[in-house]
Write a protein that binds this ligand. Structure first.
Ligand code: T4K
Length: 402
């Protein structure tokens, strides 16, 4: 180990000791001997994945829209409920392809309260993010805030189904129609989340199958749309601009999913119903475990949709809890519970956006509040109900002794 790494480990250990000593409620060993983390990947039965990869190796067809990718797209379609589904290398590339295929131009209105990939994906292809505020209960784009931000320069709206909470699609659809611009959804966190009643869902939406997602393909994504025209453009653009006859018909990039990723996707999607049931029951367990903890409130799934419960998000109100989100983050870290501040800071406070003239002055009070208060707790197939109980006990003790 280098001297610098040694020093970092020593500083971290000292910090942990201090947090535990300050709180004076945790004796002995940390609550978890090994880290329990947000984002630990769900993995399918290894044999099934290896069987599928082995088929790809035997047939010497590893990429370029092979049979496994086609099969995965068919299985994914059963979940997105969209007519056309194109698997991609990741959601960031998929967002760029979708933006181009749907004709987003100029300034694109989106939430600041999202993972930075939403903004970066647009800015990387020359579009300008314009940040709006979100609804305090769901964290999703506030249609009123969007309507106020529309100008003649607006060339698209990008809603984000944050934490799997679906945006108010009917209201956003109306704003987009009034403005005469396309509406696209970043559904990176929303695989398995569908409205119970049919309604407008934008020109296209993009899912992520990153390792940390409820369903993963190591890295991966998907563009889903009901439009034949958008679909034709997505198919071509994600494959160097080729059409089905392998003629280049326009601009394109390489955003194709590989066969090995599709193998992971197929093996995982075969168990998706069981996975969703596990997440649902862990969410309920958190709800029970935190019900009596003052100032720590679990975000609930909005009504009117199915939910994947992929993120367990609490809001920490320092007045009632006696400690703030950052302190709780430290306390949990000292117990080897690795949480994430999803999502802080808001994109408008990150470079390059914070210095961009278009974003100043920005008044995003709900975003400012949420980014200071929310914390994501561990969930996944490697998290047991007893783990959830212990995490809730640590949170309750932290609040009791704060
Ligand atoms: N739009 C939205 C709204 C998104 O949330 C995302 C991605 C995107 C677009 C872009 O999708 P992709 O292009 O990635 O398909 C993670 C993920 O990397 C990112 O995909 C995800 N959102 C975001 C919410 O979470 P970080 O920066 O938090 O990653 P990191 O390295 O801190 O890992 C998160 C946790 O997972 C840690 O506790 C470590 C753990 N982990 C991670 C990996 C990769 C593991 O235990 N094993 C692993 O293999 O972004």
């Amino acid at each position: 180990m280098t001297g610098r790494a040694d020093r970092e480990v020593a500083v971290q250990a000292e910090g942990v000791k201090r947090v535990r000593a300050d709180l004076a409620c945790f004796g002995g060993e940390p609550a978890f001997a090994d880290d329990i983390r947000v984002g630990t990947p769900n993995v399918p039965a290894k044999e099934r994945y290896l069987e599928l990869v082995s088929q790809a190796i035997d047939r010497r067809w590893l990429s370029n829209l092979g049979p496994l990718v086609q099969e995965f797209e068919g299985r994914a379609a059963e979940r997105t409920l969209r007519r056309h589904n194109t698997a991609t290398s990741n959601a960031t590339a998929a967002l760029q392809v979708a933006a181009k295929a749907c004709g987003l131009t100029g300034e694109v209105i989106m939430p600041s309260f999202t993972f930075v990939a939403t903004a970066h994906a647009m800015s990387w292809i020359g579009l300008t993010p314009v940040f709006c505020d979100v609804d305090p209960a769901t964290g999703t784009l506030d249609p009123l805030s969007v309507a106020k931000a529309v100008t003649p320069r607006t060339g698209g709206i990008l809603g984000v189904h944050i934490w799997g909470n679906l945006c108010d699609s009917a209201a956003l659809d109306e704003v987009a129609r009034d403005a005469g611009v396309p509406l696209v959804y970043d559904s990176a966190q929303a695989f398995g989340c569908r409205p119970l009643a049919p309604g407008p869902m934008g020109s296209a939406e993009v899912f992520s199958f990153h390792a940390t997602k409820i369903l993963n393909t190591f890295e991966g994504g998907l563009v889903a749309t009901d439009s034949d025209e958008v679909h034709a453009r997505v198919r071509s653009m994600h494959n160097f601009g080729f059409d089905e006859a392998m003629r280049v018909i326009g601009p394109g990039t390489n955003a194709k999913m590989s066969e090995s990723s599709a193998a992971m996707g197929i093996a995982s999607i075969e168990r998706l119903d069981a996975t969703l049931a596990t997440y649902r029951s862990l969410h309920l367990r958190y709800r029970e475990g935190l019900a009596q903890v003052p100032g720590v409130t679990l975000f609930e799934a909005p009504a009117g949709q199915t939910h994947n419960h992929q993120y367990i998000v609490v809001r920490v109100d320092p007045g009632a809890a006696g400690l703030d989100r950052d302190r709780l983050f430290d306390v949990l870290g000292a117990e080897n519970i690795r949480t994430k501040k999803y999502f802080a800071p808001g994109c408008h406070r990150m470079p390059p956006y914070r210095s961009d003239a278009v974003h100043t002055p920005l008044d995003l009070p709900v975003t400012e509040e949420l980014t200071e208060r929310v914390l994501s707790l561990p969930i996944g197939l490697s998290v047991s109900p007893q783990d959830v109980d212990r995490i809730c006990d640590v949170i309750a003790a932290a609040v009791r002794h704060a």
